[in-house]
Design a binder for this molecule. Sequence first.
Ligand SMILES: [Cu+2]
Length: 191
Amino acid sequence: MSAILPPPERIWWNLPVGKEEIVWIALSLTWCLIMFAMMPLWHFYGKQNLSNEAYRITASQFEARTKAMADQYEVRTESAMNIPVVHPPAIGDALPNGETSTGDVYMLGRLWQWWPMLELEKDKSYRLHLSSLDWQHGFSLQPININMQVLPDYEMVLTITPDTSGEFTIVCNEYCGINHHTMLGKIYVKE
Ligand SMILES: [Cu+2]
């Protein structure tokens, strides 16, 4: 049989299916169903999902809250870029007015910086609020690899408990313009 002859008269879907083909279809269908079931299972048992919440907020509201926190809890500035380093109280810490802290800490993304820098304490919990003042940025905490999309008009709140002390760098991992590669931030975790 060659390609210059017309195809044989036959109805292909009435022909018997080869055994190998049936085996492959059964294998791929089984794998498909396993993967499908893993999506909800892994959501609950994989522990890779961040415990985050999202709220609507305007850029000016978020900027005002971030600035208020930075003004209140600034401990020093980093000489190179003059960015304040802020040491806010954690969830449950006693405040000077006798109340306990809700541990709300703020960090904003904008062209092209993460502001301010945070100094947190190991094994204490915080509610980290993230938003953007202009357009989309990506919060990527290195080297432990926490990733969040940071969008204007939305405030993402992550409940975090740093369990390792040291210096953690935040890089922007959503391309945001000519100085995207310089958009670096810092979180210090003290013992
Ligand atoms: Cu960015």
